[in-house]
Design a protein around this ligand. Structure first.
Ligand code: DC
Length: 226
C-alpha cells in the first residue's frame, strides 16, 4: 500500500488538553497505530538534560534528535533499555521540550521518524503540527483544546492521583507560558489551521471527546477495524 493511501487522523492542540488520551482511545477503537509526537520532543529534552547538552545549542540538540534510541511499545516508551514513560512527563522535561521544539533543525531531525509511524491500517497522531506539517494530507484534522484553567485543573488531578504534590497556580502559569511559546514560534506554531475542526473539551469528558472524533471520522466515510 502506498503511504498516502494509509489514513491519518491528526489531533493537534495545546499542553494538557487531553489530546493524548483521546488520540490513544480513538486509535484503539479503530485498530490504528498511535503516534505521541510530543514524546519525541520530551525524549530529546530528557537526553539533552542528562548529557549536559546546552538547551540553546541547536546543532547539538538536533544530533540528539537524530540519534534517539527509542522504542514505543504499547503504552511504554523505552530509551535503550530504560523505561522512561514517567520520566519524560516531569514538569522540567515539559518545559525543556517546549524550548527545544522551537528549533527548526530539531524539528526536521524528527520528521522522518514521525512519518514512519504511518503504517496500515491507519494512524492517529497527536501533537502541534500533525495536520500542518507532518501529515498535511491527513483525512481528518482536529484541534483539541480546553480553557487554560480547565487544563491546569486536569493536570493537577492527574499529578495528585500519582501522589505528586502540585500547585494549581504554578501549573496554570507554566501552561500559559508553554502555550505562548508553542503558539508564537516561527516554525510549525500551534495554530488552528484551515480545514481543521475545533473540538473544545472544556465541558466534555474523555468519552464524549472520543465519540466526537469517531463520529467525524465516520462522517467522512472513514473506516477502522471491522
Ligand atoms: O504534547 P506534549 O505536551 O507532550 O509536547 C511536549 C512539547 O513538545 C510541547 O511543549 C510542544 C512540543 N511539541 C511540538 O512542538 N510539536 C509536536 N508535534 C509535539 C510536541
Amino acid at each position: 500500500m502506498k503511504t498516502h493511501n494509509i489514513p491519518v487522523i491528526a489531533i493537534d492542540g495545546p499542553s494538557a488538553s487531553g489530546k493524548g488520551t483521546v488520540a490513544q482511545r480513538v486509535a484503539a477503537h479503530l485498530g490504528f497505530h498511535y503516534l505521541d509526537s510530543g514524546a519525541l520532543y520530551r525524549l530529546v529534552a530528557l537526553v539533552a538534560m542528562r548529557c549536559g547538552v546546552d538547551l540553546s545549542d541547536e546543532t547539538a540538540l538536533s544530533k540528539v534528535a537524530s540519534s534517539l534510541d527509542v522504542v514505543f511499545e504499547n503504552t511504554e516508551i523505552r530509551l535503550g533499555n530504560e523505561n522512561v514513560t514517567e520520566a519524560i512527563r516531569a514538569e522540567a522535561c515539559s518545559n525543556s521540550a517546549s524550548t527545544i521544539a522551537a528549533y527548526p533543525q530539531v524539528r526536521s531531525a524528527l520528521l522522518a521518524r514521525q512519518r514512519a509511524f504511518r503504517q496500515p491500517p491507519g494512524l492517529v497522531a497527536d501533537g502541534r503540527d500533525m495536520g500542518s506539517v507532518v501529515f498535511p494530507d491527513a483525512v481528518l484534522k482536529i484541534f483539541l483544546t480546553a480553557s487554560a484553567e480547565t487544563r491546569a485543573q486536569r493536570r493537577h488531578k492527574q499529578l495528585m492521583e500519582k501522589g505528586i504534590d502540585a500547585n494549581i497556580a504554578t501549573l496554570l502559569r507554566d501552561i500559559r507560558e508553554r502555550d505562548a511559546r508553542d503558539s508564537n514560534r516561527d516554525v510549525a506554531p500551534l495554530r488552528l489551521g484551515a480545514g481543521t475542526g475545533l473540538l473544545d473539551t472544556t465541558s466534555l469528558d474523555i468519552a464524549q471527546a472520543v465519540d466526537s472524533v469517531l463520529k467525524q471520522y465516520a462522517q467522512i466515510g472513514g473506516e477502522g477495524r471491522p
